[in-house]
Structures are given as structure tokens and as C-alpha cells.
Design a protein around this ligand. Structure first.
Ligand code: NAG
Ligand code: NAG
Ligand code: NAG
Ligand code: NAG
Ligand code: FE2
Length: 417
């Protein structure tokens, strides 16, 4: 039938119309993110033809799709040579009941997604959110992906933190690699907020349970061609954000300050990355720019950042509390109990085509535990004094190969002395 229609059309329209152009209004690459406002959730998806942006949703057990909310799309034109076009749809749901389960689909009358569900985040400061976190997860050889999909669907996590480096690379094959990666992670990201730390130039924060979590770009220290002002803008933004988070009433409600950024300040890998150098750019800044660019270690230390999460190195490494290249254990027996400096975790081994990295055989004394297994980290912000972290090895079929409790009776820069 289709062929016959084409033939008859071709009698009256020019030859070009013979090439069928598929209509792509079917939603794909559905993912959630938490914009930080209690009771809200953002649903994002892609279509390749123009279509409306709607989410239909309702409480689990209630009438399906009883509520509808509209949003917006933006046209994204890939900068590859095909200049592929796609429509990125974003809809914000508000007034969600804390801890309630919602069932939803997204799209428009030109095509709906599958049906998904999520649990609205509990906005109480005594909520103990559970995270899976990692960086460097690719489209090719995404080794930990299946385990993460299953664990997410089992309800083990409230939020996922992806600390930079997605897909390898989002832009390859005219962004088709990115599309395929976003399809792969839909089975995680359509169910729980999938929060990222960019390889580009956004910084953002959000509050969850007793934690204030800040996501930064470390790339501004490296891609100076995008403009040094991004680096300074982020630094000023961070300073303001950390000052605000340190106001007594804010720090009392959310005493944990956790940062996530892609390239670490410290690492003991055997490559020539920034973190292998004593004077890493992220840590100490750059003096080959005009004006010189301040690093982040002092800023974070001065504002009493408790925990710093990094990736980029394709390994897992846990550090003793460290500042200025020196170890500041809480005590020799209990290094993470009232530590006298921030705690750093590097978790960049979720799975990527470059394989895991090698370690330097002689690490410095801040290096506490290292593994080259593929895997990811779990974290629970239990309460105002306790955070639990553990490392899952995918190579060892999900075994936990490392774990710590960080315990702090006191937060803020005064906790260091
Ligand atoms: C949110 O979490 C707190 C702390 O665990 C709990 O007491 C409260 O009942 C939860 N809220 C809802 C709506 O489940
Ligand atoms: C500039 O920074 C480099 C390391 O990035 C350091 O070795 C050098 O001593 C610094 N120079 C000055 C003048 O501070
Ligand atoms: C920090 O604590 C660990 C674990 O007890 C210990 O091995 C290390 O030597 C300590 N470092 C310093 C500088 O005290
Ligand atoms: C925080 O959680 C830890 C670990 O579960 C527990 O031992 C401690 O009593 C809790 N503290 C408060 C203030 O609830
Ligand atoms: Fe990276």
C-alpha cells in the first residue's frame, strides 16, 4: 500500500519526494532529574520530529494518568557534519507527595512512551537518601550497567550520581552514540533522578536529606578556549553557594556538604593526568592564565566541605582525610571519625571502552585503598552525623570490596582544628 501511494504521488510531485522521510514523534531517551525544589521532578525525553511535550501521571493505585502537565521542547542541532536535529522535551512535575509512588508516561497525542514509575523524593531533612555513584560509563563496554539497571529497578537507590564522562562520546557518529547511550540508561534514569556532573560548564546544587550536594565542572580548568570567564564565574558561584550553605541555620539543617566533579585533585594512577601531578589545576588553580585562576582545594577546605566525589581515573581510590597533600586523620585508629580534612573518593570505573587504568606502584601516604575492578559506589547519607560508603566490584559479581563510615559530630571549618 505504502509503495503504491508513493508511486502515484510521484506522478504529481518532484522526484525528491520519493525519498520517504520517517516521522519520529515517538518519545525515547526518557530520564528524570530532581531540580532541587521539594515535591518536584523533571521528565526529559527526545523526539526526532517536532511534537508536543506532555506528561500524564497519577499515584500508583489511583486512576492512571489522571493528571496532565505540559512543558517545552528545544530544538537541538548536533554540530557533527550531518547537523542532526532533535527535539529535547522537558516537563516539570510539581506538588508531588513526598515518598509517594507515581506512574507516568510522556509524549503527546503523536506518540507516548512506555509506562514508568518513580518515588517522589522525601523532603524531610531526616530522610536518609541512598545513592549509586560513578563516572566514566560508556556506550561500549558499559560493564556495570546491567547490575545498576537491576538494582535500581529493585528500588535500592533514590538517586543516581553520574560524575562525568558519558557514552564516549556523546557527539560521536553525529551524536548517535549519545542517543544510544541515553537509550541504554533509560532503564535506570526513567525510574530515579539521574543527576550528572558535566563535562561542560554548568554548576548546580540540590538538597537531599541532611546533605547539600554541589555539582561542579572541572573542565573549566582545561578547556580554556571556552573562555576563562567560565572558570571565574563558577568559582564565584561556588563561593556564594558554600557561604549560603554555611549560614548557621542552613548548616544545622543540612550539615553535610558533598561535592561532585569529574577530574580529581588527587589520585595515584600511572598516567599523566592532572591529579597525578603535585600541583594539579583543579587543586591549586593555574598561574599561566591572566589573571591567575584559583584552585578548589582551599575554597572547599575553608568552607568545611565534608566529602568530595570524583571520577575520570578509571579506577576506584579512597583517600585518608587530606588537605595540602598531607593526611589529617581523625585519629590513627579511626581516621574517618571526626576527620580533620575533607574525605575524597575517586570512582571512575563503571565501564568504558578504554579499560581500567593502572596504578602507580608507590602511592603517596594519603592513598588508603585502591582497586582496578570495574564497579561503582553506593552511599547513604544516614543522618546528620553518619555517612556510609561502599564499593561494589562488578568483576567480582557484585561483592563489596571496600566500605567506610564517615562520622562527624561537628561540621564546618571549625571541625578541622
Ligand atoms: C520521610 O523520611 C522520614 C525520615 O526517615 C520519615 O520519618 C517520614 O515518615 C518520611 N516521609 C514520608 C512521607 O514517608
Ligand atoms: C606556576 O604553577 C606551576 C605549577 O602549575 C608551578 O610549578 C610554578 O612554580 C608556579 N609559578 C609561580 C610563579 O608561581
Ligand atoms: C591514617 O590512618 C591510617 C589508618 O589507621 C594509617 O594507616 C595512616 O598511617 C594514618 N596516617 C597518618 C598520617 O597518620
Ligand atoms: C545516626 O546513624 C547512626 C548509624 O545508624 C546511629 O548509630 C546514630 O545513633 C544516629 N544518630 C542520630 C542522631 O540519630
Ligand atoms: Fe574523563
Amino acid at each position: 500500500m505504502f509503495f503504491a501511494a508513493c508511486v502515484s504521488l510521484s506522478l504529481v510531485v518532484p522526484l525528491l519526494a520519493l525519498v520517504p522521510v520517517p516521522i519520529w514523534t515517538q518519545p525515547e531517551q526518557v530520564h528524570l532529574s530532581y531540580p532541587g525544589e521539594p515535591g518536584s521532578m523533571v521528565v526529559t525525553w527526545t523526539t526526532f520530529s517536532k511534537a508536543e511535550s506532555k506528561v500524564e501521571y497519577g499515584l500508583l493505585g489511583g486512576r492512571l494518568f489522571e493528571m496532565t502537565v505540559g512543558g517545552k521542547y528545544t530544538l537541538f542541532v548536533d554540530s557533527g557534519e550531518e547537523k542532526r536535529k532533535m527535539f529535547i522535551h522537558r516537563v516539570t512535575l510539581t506538588d508531588l507527595k513526598p515518598a509517594a509512588v507515581y506512574v507516568y508516561h510522556c509524549g503527546s497525542d503523536d506518540g507516548w512512551s512506555d509506562v514508568f514509575s518513580f518515588t517522589a523524593l522525601n523532603d524531610s531533612t531526616s530522610f536518609s537518601p541512598r545513592f549509586a555513584l560513578y563516572g566514566d560509563l560508556g556506550n561500549e563496554n558499559p560493564q556495570s550497567l546491567a547490575r545498576l539497571q537491576k538494582e535500581t529497578q529493585l528500588g535500592m537507590y533514590d538517586v543516581i550520581l553520574h560524575i562525568g564522562d558519558f557514552a564516549y562520546d556523546m557527539h560521536e557518529d553525529n551524536a548517535r552514540i549519545g542517543d544510544e547511550f541515553m537509550r541504554q540508561i533509560q532503564s535506570i534514569a526513567a525510574y530515579v533522578p539521574y543527576m550528572t556532573s558535566p563535562g561542560n560548564h554548568e554548576s548546580t546544587y540540590w538538597n537531599l536529606g541532611s546533605a547539600h550536594i554541589v555539582s561542579i565542572s572541572t573542565e573549566v580548568y582545561f578547556y580554556l578556549e571556552f573562555g576563562l570567564e567560565l572558570l571565574f564565574k563558577q568559582y564565584e558561584w561556588l563561593k556564594k553557594d558554600l557561604e549560603e550553605a554555611n549560614k548557621p541555620e542552613n548548616r544545622a539543617a543540612r550539615p553535610w556538604i558533598i561535592t561532585m566533579g569529574h577530574r580529581p585533585m588527587y589520585c595515584s594512577d600511572d598516567d599523566q593526568d592532572d591529579c597525578t601531578k603535585f600541583d594539579s589545576y583543579v587543586r591549586l588553580g593555574r598561574n599561566d592564565t591572566k589573571p591567575p585562576a584559583p584552585g578548589l582545594e582551599d575554597l572547599f577546605y575553608r568552607h568545611g566541605v565534608d566529602l568530595e566525589l570524583w571520577a575520570h581515573e578509571h579506577t576506584y581510590e579512597r583517600l585518608w582525610p587530606v588537605y595540602g597533600d598531607k593526611v589529617y586523620n581523625g585519629s590513627k585508629e579511626q581516621p574517618y571519625q571526626n576527620p580533620k580534612a575533607p574525605v575524597h573518593i575517586i570512582t571512575g570505573s563503571a565501564g568504558c571502552r578504554e579499560k581500567t587504568d593502572l596504578f602507580n606502584p608507590n602511592p603517596r601516604d594519603w592513598s588508603a585503598f585502591r582497586s582496578t575492578d570495574y564497579g561503582y559506589t553506593r552511599m547513604q547519607v544516614v543522618n546528620t552525623s553518619h555517612i556510609y560508603l561502599e564499593q561494589v566490584s562488578d568483576d567480582q559479581y557484585g561483592n563489596v570490596i571496600d566500605s567506610i563510615w564517615v562520622v562527624k559530630e561537628k561540621h564546618g571549618s571549625s571541625a578541622w582544628s
